[in-house]
Design a protein around this ligand. Structure first.
Ligand code: S3P
Length: 175
């Protein structure tokens, strides 16, 4: 049976989690999952601590383990992912991959204007330095697009409109 999951990919802070929650509000048959939350729950360790103690490679291996489990076991979910999850080898086996596209300045402003901006930055080991984050964005932005089935420009439209557009496009792909 083809996978009726929606996998949201994109850079840190683009709004994958909030859009996942908006999507499930529009389709009660869907359930929201988040790969970073799953990894924290599996290891009982914060992402920041995994990076600090086990290192990035260990975190990427946990992302691959999560991808393998999702591909084999999950149906009817909207899955928000960490910003590097697009690199797992079987992402298309999990579901329809939607890239939430925005430029770096838009993303940075979105994070800075959040009421808990400090907390949002602190929990992200790869966003400790704005210039390094900008360089990471430049390194990744084409790869995000290449990994996706659908590209959505999140700078154009309200969350509700974007959610409706994603559901419509995914339904067409999943026919
Ligand atoms: C990462 C993004 C983070 C988290 C980890 C690594 C990345 O998730 O998975 O800190 O490589 O871009 P968010 O995209 O939710 O910040």
């Amino acid at each position: 049976m083809p996978k009726k999951n929606i996998v949201l990919i994109g850079f840190m802070g683009v709004g994958k989690g909030s859009l996942a929650r908006e999507l499930v509000r529009h389709d009660p048959a869907l359930y929201a999952l988040d790969t970073d939350d799953m990894i924290e729950s599996l290891t009982n360790t914060r992402i920041k601590k995994i990076f600090a103690t086990a290192g990035e490679a260990a975190f990427r291996a946990l992302e691959q383990k999560t991808a393998d489990w999702l591909a084999g076991n999950v149906q009817n979910a909207v899955i928000s992912t960490g910003g590097g999850f697009y690199k797992v080898k079987n992402i298309k086996e999990i579901g329809t991959v939607v890239y939430l596209k925005a430029d770096f300045e838009w993303i940075f402003q979105r994070i800075l204007s959040a009421p808990n901006a400090k907390k949002k930055l602190k929990k992200r080991p790869l966003f400790q330095d704005a210039e390094k984050a900008r360089a990471l964005f430049a390194e990744r932005f084409e790869a995000y697009e290449a990994a996706a089935d659908i590209v959505i420009d999140v700078t154009q439209g309200e969350r509700e409109t974007l959610a409706k557009e994603i559901l419509k496009k995914c339904a067409q792909k999943q026919k």
